[in-house]
Design a protein around this ligand. Sequence first.
Ligand SMILES: NC(=O)c1ccc[n+]([C@@H]2O[C@H](COP(=O)([O-])OP(=O)(O)OC[C@H]3O[C@@H](n4cnc5c(N)ncnc54)[C@H](OP(=O)(O)O)[C@@H]3O)[C@@H](O)[C@H]2O)c1
Length: 261
Amino acid sequence: MIPGMTIPGTTDPTAAAGLLAGRRILVTGGSGGLGAGICGVLAREGARVAFTWHRDADGAARTAAACGPEALCIQADLRDPAAPGRVVEAVEAAFGGLDALVNNAAFSEAVPFILLDDAELDELMQLNLFAPMRLARAALRPMIRQKHGRIVNVSSFVGSRTLPGPVHYAASKGGLEGFTRSLAHEAGPYGVLVNAVAAGIFEGGLKHTIPAHHQARYLQACALGRFGRPEECGELVAWLCSDRNTYTQGAVIVQDGGTTG
Ligand SMILES: NC(=O)c1ccc[n+]([C@@H]2O[C@H](COP(=O)([O-])OP(=O)(O)OC[C@H]3O[C@@H](n4cnc5c(N)ncnc54)[C@H](OP(=O)(O)O)[C@@H]3O)[C@@H](O)[C@H]2O)c1
């Protein structure tokens, strides 16, 4: 090699320290399937990870163990309108700031739309759509001050495709995607990148709410012939949270192994 010449990519200091070295990242729903996979990859890449959990104390303990001693676990019912602000405050107090937010917590159940009452619609929207909006609003304040931030919303391929799935869940994810696109415009001038991942079917978590015949059709249509693994979603989220992402903004990236593309 010619003295003084470098091969592109080989001098990136983050390559050794991790893609997210020192970044302070909040992930909601870290006790669940995708959330655990996302937290694990973020921690492996050097991030200080804070995550929320609701009912699954064992899942939270497993994720905390995978994220190392610096992990911060916060129990919260994110349907409560006051919870998102409290969670962001707790992370800022513990970590001295916040660099990225991953809105992952959500709920779904296979119930015909006409059988849902107002309380059920409200509960799902509070968690799947309003909590991410409230969390993003709270997280944007420190991000705007520091003129740097990343927000990643975990959506679903039913959010913008004509697919069978719980109608209220699909509506919440469609809302989340519209929120992502619009917020990207408002937050972009402050150096905050806002994107979404529209996940196909992944192992664990809410997969059990998808009827077996729909899962079978998915596998038939999937170019890779298998379900996703939570850590594969984590890899994409990690890149979106990192400084390597400089120009992907307001995007809804479908990650479904080539099923609906
Ligand atoms: N798995 C899939 O095939 C799939 C497909 C497309 C999209 N997704 C998306 O991936 C994300 C994660 O889903 P998942 O499959 O990993 O499901 P999951 O294992 O059921 O995880 C859901 C997470 O949300 C938390 N949560 C539930 N209710 C809550 C509440 N009231 N307040 C605060 N947190 C609450 C759960 O906490 P506790 O467990 O501690 O109660 C859990 O950590 C969701 O946004 C989902 O829409 C998943």
